[in-house]
Design a protein around this ligand. Structure first.
Ligand code: PHE
Length: 347
């Protein structure tokens, strides 16, 4: 047995001195020291020996084991050094080259305009309010003075939500809000005047062609206080137009109709493409329509239990996609929703 152990040590010495790589060293480790390895095989027969013989053989076995372990450690060091050396002489890696980097993401132009509009009104003292996109007919229409059969309801091609999909029976029909104006009602029901809010958000209409998408964004504004005048509405919106489009932009108010404002106006700015000279975009008029506005209708105050003898107010609503297109001279609405990186990278 002692001879077999010594032969084993000799064999390990030969094998490990020639081991070419880490794989060969590991194979040798399993072969000699593994659970089913050579050393175990020899020691398995020790049970038959007398205690004295066993002790003597144990000593030899231990020293063989120590030696094989040392050989393995040496061989491991040697193959690692060799691998490192090979790498150093292999293909060159220039660690001083600049990294490839990742292009930073950019905010979508619609988000940028939304933020910018809100920021301008924040400087004028307006706070941000929000409301649900799935809305009750009551807030979207009824409380805004759209009576049941009012023809103005038809101008807002509405998506209705099937009541069968709802967990609870709603108190009025459920729809996707067609404008941000329902948040006026929610805000006024929620607190007492004075009130000065802007409401950014998504709105939905059954409308889809080159200039309309079924979802778009609006920012609503509402100011209610004592003695608020139409002059203040004009001043506020002119200040906004200058802040957003720059000096030299003029505004023009044209009479219009909304059920929830009286009087109502549509607001134009001088055409940003031709500076008012007349072009294809403004259809030769020199003006572009950018928002709807007016003085809060007494019936709206009645729905939210504000006293129109005590307060007056103005409201306005503007379309974010349209504003973005005018500001950056974008001529196709669809670009806003395609998420083409070549378009988005320009912002
Ligand atoms: N809600 C109107 C629309 O979507 C815009 C508007 C808001 C008009 C506030 C007047 C006052 O067309």
């Amino acid at each position: 047995m002692e001879d077999r152990l010594k032969a084993l040590a000799e064999e390990a010495r030969r094998e490990l001195s020639g081991a070419p790589d880490a794989g060969a060293v590991e194979t040798a480790r399993v072969k000699y020291l593994g659970k089913k390895g050579e050393l175990s095989k020899v020691l398995g027969g020790m049970g038959k020996l007398s205690p004295t013989e066993r002790r003597a053989l144990g000593e030899v076995a231990n020293s063989v084991k120590d030696e094989v372990e040392r050989l393995l450690a040496d061989a491991t060091g040697r193959v690692q050094d060799a691998a490192l050396e090979a790498e150093l002489h292999g293909p060159k890696l220039d660690v001083t080259l600049p990294g490839r980097g990742r292009p930073p993401g950019r905010r979508h132009p619609v988000s940028r305009t939304l933020d910018e509009v809100v920021r301008v009104f924040a400087r004028l003292g307006f706070e941000v309010a929000t409301g649900p996109e799935v809305e009750l007919d009551f807030y979207n229409f009824q409380a805004l003075n759209f009576l049941d059969d009012h023809p103005a309801r038809d101008t807002q091609d509405t998506f209705f939500v099937d009541p069968a999909w709802l967990a609870k029976r709603p108190s009025s029909p459920v729809l996707l809000r067609t404008h941000t104006s329902p948040v006026q009602v929610r805000a006024m029901l929620g607190r007492k005047p004075p009130l000065r809010i802007v409401v950014p958000g998504r709105v939905y209409r059954r409308d889809s062609d080159i200039t309309h998408t079924p979802m778009f964004h609006q920012v609503e504004g509402l100011l209610v206080d004592r003695d608020v005048t139409f002059g203040e509405l004009k001043g506020t919106l002119s200040a906004f137009a200058t802040a957003f489009f720059g000096k030299g932009i003029k505004t023009r108010f044209r009479p219009s109709f909304f059920p929830f404002t009286e009087p109502s106006a549509e607001v134009d700015i001088t055409c940003v493409i031709c500076s008012g000279k007349g072009c294809r975009v403004c259809k030769g008029s020199g003006w572009l329509e950018v928002l709807g506005a007016g003085m809060v209708h007494p019936n709206v105050f009645k729905s939210v239990r504000y006293d129109s003898a005590d307060v007056t107010g103005f409201a306005f609503g503007l379309g974010i996609e349209r504003l973005t297109m005018l500001k950056y001279a974008i001529d196709d609405l669809r670009l806003m929703f395609e998420n083409d990186a070549r378009f988005l990278e320009q912002f």
